[in-house]
Ligand binder design. Structure first.
Ligand code: GLC
Length: 750
């Protein structure tokens, strides 16, 4: 159907049927025995008529194909206009084949591979009958106290844009066609906007920032995902400068619909319309419904506010009725783009012969392995402790040695039983006589509370035998050459609702590290976590650190391949690791000051510094080590001055002078020296990930153009300004191997 036909379909609907299309409930509302509204979830949520169930437009987080078939079939039987249900779910980084958490994925800087992971995600969801995934989450993050950094692309705007684009293309397909092809889903950009900047990193807290910070740093990743064609956007829970995003007309109509030209479906986050009351922005559900509709929110996720309040509002007000019709049309266009009117069971393979399931296929697991290997960051490797050799006697110790809970908070459809443990992985690569294993410590401290209750019932009850665990670990460590210590925060200490004031390793694990570090044997720390943890206390006690994040289904094999050199680490941090909580928020592209601390050794008091801590992070954005060494040389520019219509070519040679083949991420940063609003000390503007064999060299080229120099200016225009720029070439954001000044001129004078 074309949009005109769909518009006619809207006109055929009663007001109650129109409102139904804007309601999103969970599958349990459709259990056949729950068909009466006075019991079960309907009553709890406050629905006041079973007609509201029959008119519902979409379902949240039902991901089993049999249930999807049954709910859809029953619904269509009762639906007057045979409008199919949409099935939407949180499949953020994998359905059954689980990839590394997004914050890890962006450390690969390998966006074609990230797109491939999203293609796998979509294929596995498609055959299950899921239509929409609430991914990618593209909130820029600078505060590791916030638990949801794990699902974010990190602190850099360019990486955030590349992640948004790659994920939308992988999930939805990058064809120009409006219709979503087989094997693909509709993507949802979230959370609009700036949810990652919650004050103090505290979940759901307020966000307050200048329009400069919003437009130049936080909005571009959403914009890029929309430019890539994302069919949905989800509102954020937080207020933005005092107004809740879900009721924010300026944000959702002036910015999202007009400035970013988004014409897809805007869905609220979970119960966020009702929360306008709790925010103190709406007096009651009637005003919450009106504010959300005026602000352009199309679908009310999991409350009865639209269901119970919109009818009387639109009956009295033609403008609101027109907005209702627009919202319903957008929902029907989405259903049409998915082909649901032709096939409400799209993708679901029901006959035996075509049950060639792709879930957890060899190819999918190979993609997951490759992305995990390229996402895990080598942070330290003193005296070439790594890679391990095959006949080295290794003591694998720690709560993550045999732990399968390495999928991360949002792998809600993944099965931990499919996960390869680190012990499994190492056992395939080391002689069995060379590997001994001990738990050594618990995954959680005794007093860890408020954890996601799904986990706490698994807490080991016999806590008193920590001494026994420690003794066993020390005993096997004494008989080994090298200790591989697998530690980390628990998966439920990050993710939604997982803010931490002190993101460090559990005390029980710190005791283990301290005890083993007295043995005088090299310790390789393998750290699992959903955020940059504060590692300053442990860093000097170990010889090597491999940061595994939550690497997904292929965990143990990816880590083991990296530990043994079968794969060479190439990942580089997409988020800064602070030295202390007191430095947070700390990020590489900070604005300049009038009194910069130019030299760490300089203790001049009246500079922008702390008297009790360095300004420098423990590990900077863009940092990551390799088993080999890359030499940068012969840095050249074809010219040092350009007009807006010209480009400057930057070239350099990179040579692998080490003894392993490997990948290197060459980074180009730019600093705008003088501008009408102060710009950051540097901004990542381009990068190249190259692969070099031992002894091999490659000429790397970057092209600086005017687009790289543009920014949102105080007058609201998006443009560059003539003047001087410093360009830096580096292996990370801190170490500049080359620096050169260039000029942007209106016209050449010589
Ligand atoms: C959650 C999250 C959002 C998710 C939604 C549906 O609270 O904020 O990211 O997509 O609810 O589960």
């Amino acid at each position: 159907m074309n949009n005109e036909m769909l518009r006619k379909k809207v006109d055929q609907l009663t007001i109650q049927e129109k409102i139904g299309q804007l309601i999103q409930l969970t599958g349990n509302f459709f259990d056949k025995h729950n068909d009466s509204v006075v019991t079960g979830p309907q009553k709890k949520i406050g629905l006041n008529g079973s007609y509201q169930i029959h008119n519902t437009g979409s379902i949240l987080n039902t991901v089993d194909k049999q249930q999807i078939i049954e709910i859809q079939r029953n619904h269509l039987l009762k639906s007057t206009h045979k409008i199919p249900l949409l099935f939407m779910a949180d499949i953020i980084y994998g359905f059954k084949t689980i990839f590394p958490i997004p914050l890890a994925q962006t450390c690969s800087w390998n966006f074609p591979l990230i797109e491939e992971s999203a293609t796998v995600l979509a294929k596995e969801c498609y055959e299950e009958g899921i239509h929409v995934t609430f991914a990618p989450m593209v909130d820029l993050v600078r505060d590791p106290r916030w638990g949801r950094v794990m699902e974010a692309p990190g602190e850099d705007t360019l990486l955030g844009e590349r992640y948004a684009e790659s994920m939308v293309n992988g999930i939805q397909g990058n064809g120009a066609s409006q219709h979503i092809p087989k094997g693909k889903l509709a993507a949802c950009i979230k959370h609009f906007a700036a949810y990652g900047a919650a004050v103090a990193g505290r979940e759901y807290n307020a966000v307050d920032m200048s329009e400069n910070m919003l437009k130049n740093f936080f909005l571009p990743s959403y914009a890029k995902g929309i430019e890539a064609g994302a069919k949905l956007v989800m509102t954020a829970f937080n207020t933005l400068n005092g107004i809740p995003c879900t009721g924010n007309k300026w944000l959702n109509r002036d910015i999202l619909r007009d400035a970013l030209d988004f014409d897809g479906v805007l869905i609220s986050d979970y119960a966020a319309i009702d929360e306008l009351i709790t925010h103190g922005y709406a007096e009651n559900q009637t005003s919450a419904a009106k504010q959300a509709l005026l602000a352009g929110v199309d679908i009310d996720m999991k409350t009865a506010v639209y269901a119970n309040e919109l009818e009387k509002l639109v009956e009295q007000n033609q403008e609101l009725h027109a907005l209702l019709d627009e919202a319903v049309l957008r929902v029907l266009i989405l259903k049409n783009d998915l082909g649901l009117f032709d096939d409400p069971y799209r993708g679901i393979q029901t006959t035996e012969e075509d049950m060639t399931s792709v879930v957890l296929s060899k190819e999918h697991k190979a993609t997951a392995l490759k992305l995990a290997e390229e996402s895990i960051v080598l942070l330290k490797n003193n005296k070439h402790t790594l890679p391990l050799s095959r006949n080295q006697k290794v003591a694998l110790i720690g709560p993550y040695a045999e732990e399968k809970a390495t999928l991360g908070f949002w792998a809600i459809t993944g099965d931990e039983e499919d996960t390869i443990t680190l012990k499994d992985g190492l056992s395939t690569l080391l002689d069995s006589s060379c590997l001994s294993v001990a738990r050594g410590a618990y995954l959680l401290d005794k007093h860890t509370e408020n954890l996601y209750d799904k986990y706490t019932d698994k807490l080991p009850v016999e806590r008193e035998d920590e001494e026994a665990l420690l003794e066993e670990a020390i005993a096997i460590a004494k008989t080994s050459d090298t200790i591989v210590l697998a530690v980390g925060e628990n998966t439920y200490q990050s993710g939604e609702g997982g803010s931490r004031t002190n993101p460090v390793l559990p005390t029980t694990q710190l005791r283990l590290i301290n005890a083993l570090s007295t043995l005088g044997k090299p310790i390789v720390l393998v750290i699992y976590g959903g955020r940059p943890l504060i590692l300053t206390e442990v860093e000097e006690k170990v010889s090597a650190i491999l940061y595994a994040w939550f690497p997904g289904t292929m965990n143990g094999l990816a880590v083991a391949n990296l530990l043994t050199g079968k794969a060479n680490p190439s990942a580089k941090l997409s988020m800064t690791f602070p030295r202390s909580v007191g430095q947070i928020p700390i990020y590489y592209n900070e604005l300049r000051t009038g009194r910069p601390q130019l030299d760490e050794e300089n203790k001049y008091r009246f500079a922008s510094r702390y008297i009790d801590q360095s300004n420098l992070p423990l590990y900077p954005f863009g940092f990551g080590k390799s088993y080999t060494h890359f030499q940068y040389s012969d840095f050249r520019l074809n010219q040092e001055e350009m007009t807006k219509n010209e480009q400057i070519k930057v070239t350099l040679t990179v040579k692998n002078t080490g003894s392993y083949s490997g990948k290197e991420i060459v980074q180009l940063y730019i600093c705008d020296k003088v501008s009408s609003i102060t710009r950051p000390v540097k901004l990542l503007k381009a990068f190249k990930k190259i692969e070099l064999k031992v002894g091999e060299s490659q000429r790397v080229e970057f092209e600086i153009d005017n687009d790289m120099l543009k920014f949102y200016r105080p007058d609201g225009s998006f443009d560059s300004e003539s003047g001087d720029f410093d360009i830096f070439i580096g292996k990370d954001s801190a170490e500049h191997l080359f620096k050169r000044k260039i000029r942007l001129v209106s016209k050449h004078t010589t």
